[in-house]
Design a binder for this molecule. Structure first.
Ligand code: C2E
Ligand code: MG
Ligand code: MG
Ligand code: MG
Length: 287
């Protein structure tokens, strides 16, 4: 119709749209080059036990150090990678780097914590993620229980039978699976029960409401109760204040992650944390 033609016409001559599109195209092109140039690396953020305050795991978060743009946040380049198919290469890079890092820390004699990697739902359409994980674990001789996978609720809601089969295959390897950003998607109780995943990472939006409103606290309590009933570990994301941490302890939330407990840091800085953990363990043994 004339109306839709007009719309298309308008879009074609919209300069700001054009700038946006060419910026995206440029970023996409340089992302492909960045993978080869080694500009992408993992940072690590500790996940701690709420009761003891000790780190129990760490999340691998992808960082892109662009030569002229500086640090490009994952919120900008992950969606681009998902739309362009590059996500499969990025996903492989993350698995490989996480396993290689664990092997390097092991070779340095450091005590190891599991590394939790984010897997995009899009990666499931490029072949078996479970097979890829198994290959990297074997290549670096890493125990499967040193690896965890985080997958957003939306991937489960897609209700693709093959995604469910993949998650089952990943767990069969001995790799734990967590639902990421829980509370922002639409997964049902029955899905959670059926999939028998290992834990829930409650989105930071809910953590923020914890000490702000009665409702926020009640809501969080409900998630904790549900997860406990399903035998799942509950992790609070985005913990920034000690008031939030105290409430989480009261509510019986198992684990927490957030700036209060540690920011994402490069591998070298995480090695120092692992070293301290080892010293604490040695002291306990001496006593
Ligand atoms: P996510 O998996 O939910 O990761 C948590 C995000 O919250 C991270 O942002 C982390 O830096 C940030 N964060 C941690 N603690 C706090 C806090 O106390 N306050 C606030 N305000 N933020 C906190 P980041 O690193 O920018 O990553 C954003 C998202 O990008 C991730 O959300 C994840 O969905 C995606 N992402 C990151 N790395 C990868 C990756 O290797 N693969 C895939 N597929 N996605 C990734
Ligand atoms: Mg995550
Ligand atoms: Mg999250
Ligand atoms: Mg998130």
């Amino acid at each position: 119709s004339a109306k839709s033609e007009q719309k298309g016409h308008y879009r074609f001559f919209d300069a700001s749209q054009y700038v946006l599109l060419s910026a995206r195209a440029h970023l996409k092109h340089s992302l492909a080059k960045a993978i080869d140039a080694g500009q992408l690396s993992l940072h690590y953020q500790a996940r701690v036990d709420v009761g003891s305050g000790r780190p129990v795991s760490m999340e691998a978060l992808l960082r892109w150090q662009h030569p002229t743009l500086g640090m490009v946040p994952p919120g900008q380049f992950i969606p681009l990678a998902e739309a362009s198919g590059l996500i499969n290469r990025l996903g492989e890079l993350v698995m490989r780097q996480a396993c290689a890092q664990l092997a390097a820390w092991r070779d340095q004699g450091l005590p190891l914590l599991p590394v939790s990697i984010n897997v995009s739902p899009r990666q499931f359409s490029y072949g078996s993620v479970a097979t890829q994980l198994a290959r990297h674990l074997a290549h670096y001789d890493i125990d499967a229980d040193l690896l965890e996978v985080e997958i957003t609720e939306s991937a489960m809601v897609a209700d693709q039978v093959d995604v469910q089969a993949e998650l089952t295959a990943i767990r069969a390897l001995g790799v734990r699976v967590f639902v990421d950003d829980f509370g922002t998607g639409y997964s049902s109780l029955s899905q959670l029960q059926r999939l028998r995943l290992d834990g829930l990472k409650v989105d930071q939006a809910f953590t923020r409401e914890l000490d702000r409103s009665h409702e926020g606290r009640v809501f969080f309590q409900a998630i904790v109760s549900m997860a406990r009933a399903l035998g799942m570990t509950v992790v609070a994301e985005g913990v920034e204040t000690s008031a939030q941490l105290a409430l989480l302890r009261e509510l019986g939330c198992h684990q927490a992650q957030g700036y209060l407990l540690g920011r994402p840091v490069p591998a070298a800085a995480m090695a120092a944390t692992l070293g301290e953990l080892g010293q604490r363990t040695a002291l306990t043994l001496v006593r």
